[in-house]
Design a protein around this ligand. Sequence first.
Ligand SMILES: Nc1ncnc2c1ncn2[C@@H]1O[C@H](COP(=O)(O)OP(=O)(O)OP(=O)(O)O)[C@@H](O)[C@H]1O
Length: 255
Amino acid sequence: MTTMLGCQKVHAGYAKDRPCVRDFDVDLAAGEVLTLLGPNGAGKTTTLLTLSGLLPSLGGTVTVDGTVIKAGNARDAARAGLVLVPDNRALFTSLTVEENLRLAVKSRRAWPEERDSVLDYFPRLAERLRVAAGALSGGEQQMLAIGRALAQHPKVLLIDELSMGLAPVIVERLLPVIRRVADDTGTAVVLVEQHVQLALEIADTAVVLRHGNIVLEGDARKLAAHPEIIEDAYLGTGEDHHLIAGESETVDAAP
Ligand SMILES: Nc1ncnc2c1ncn2[C@@H]1O[C@H](COP(=O)(O)OP(=O)(O)OP(=O)(O)O)[C@@H](O)[C@H]1O
């Protein structure tokens, strides 16, 4: 099994001596979708920013397809194939859909093919190519943000709050596309999502962060069938569990 994203003992935060995420250990195989869950302030965004080199690392190692990323170096992370779709989508709002996509494609010759491949995932964008990104609906903007990321051929795609500001019905349409991308391309995906049940339906694995610690990890389908375990993990009530992927029983978490 190829480890596409490896995180070993990653510490993340905004002050050297006060990490707000500790010992983040996660391995993702090619084509694996992991949903990173947790209550507000748990450290999900901080983790994604750190993995993508946009925040200085406070410790630990991140690898993409076996290549160690220079800590806190966004350019190195991007070169290795790690692409972040931030929660604000970071589009060029005065540029058209086509221009936004064009900027993400490195080779001029490859452009038509790359554009068509993005439009295959998001046919709606084909009707909006000449519209300014700022004039798109929230759902269309998210399609464009993800499409732009796909045009960079990520080995690892980090998506922060795909559903931010979107109606659940739009989220229900977008999430299966993420699944399809992972299956088609082998891209490993880390998906931060507030719509827990919807995310668990398309993910392979799930991790719950609380106060910066992993308090639950396991098989997404099994966790989808046990919402009470997820609830406990969010609230810190009852025992923390680690639901081990591939096993049927839950076991108490390591301290
Ligand atoms: N720029 C910042 N400077 C200092 N502390 C920050 C900064 N951004 C976030 N934090 C703190 O880091 C911790 C983790 O925040 P983070 O945004 O990563 O959580 P989250 O799980 O993504 O939350 P949410 O679901 O609300 O987006 C919180 O205590 C937060 O207050």
